[in-house]
Design a protein around this ligand. Structure first.
Ligand code: HEC
Length: 104
């Protein structure tokens, strides 16, 4: 029984990481953010570099509570996108941040 519970907890952790990728796709983020090349928005690699060790700050940015640090001049384009993730829980925003930070 204990082993079974542990398995459930571990699986829960894995699915949390997977959620970030799913949210990123389902919210349309991927249309402007490619993994390694800058398109309309900066690449995930660039974002991960700028926010290395600053996951809390990244979550704050996603909540609209911290300023843009990657390409502030283009923030008006990104600002409109923050509305699409307004209803997400802290857990979901953290999964989203984890997914972006995994692109180094
Ligand atoms: C219409 C194109 C577009 C879409 C869709 C989009 N972004 Fe962006 N994003 C941008 C642009 C342009 C920038 C550069 C401005 C900036 O740095 O804020 C940016 C910057 C960012 C940054 C860096 C913030 C910083 O500190 O500068 C993050 C993080 C980010 N986007 C996450 C997301 C997420 C998550 C989604 C999906 C909910 C998303 N983006 C959807 C265009 C887009």
């Amino acid at each position: 029984m204990k082993k079974l519970l542990l398995g459930v907890v571990l699986l829960g952790g894995v699915s949390l990481a997977a959620d970030g990728a799913a949210i990123f796709k389902s919210k349309g983020c991927a249309s402007c953010h490619q993994p390694a090349v800058d398109t309309v928005g900066p690449s995930l690699k660039k974002i991960a570099k700028a926010y290395e060790g600053k996951k809390d700050q990244l979550v704050k940015f996603l909540k609209g509570q911290a300023p843009a640090i990657v390409d502030p001049a283009k923030f008006p384009i990104m600002k409109a996108q923050l509305n699409t993730i307004k209803g997400l829980s802290d857990k979901e925003l953290e999964a989203l941040a984890d997914f972006m930070l995994s692109h180094k």
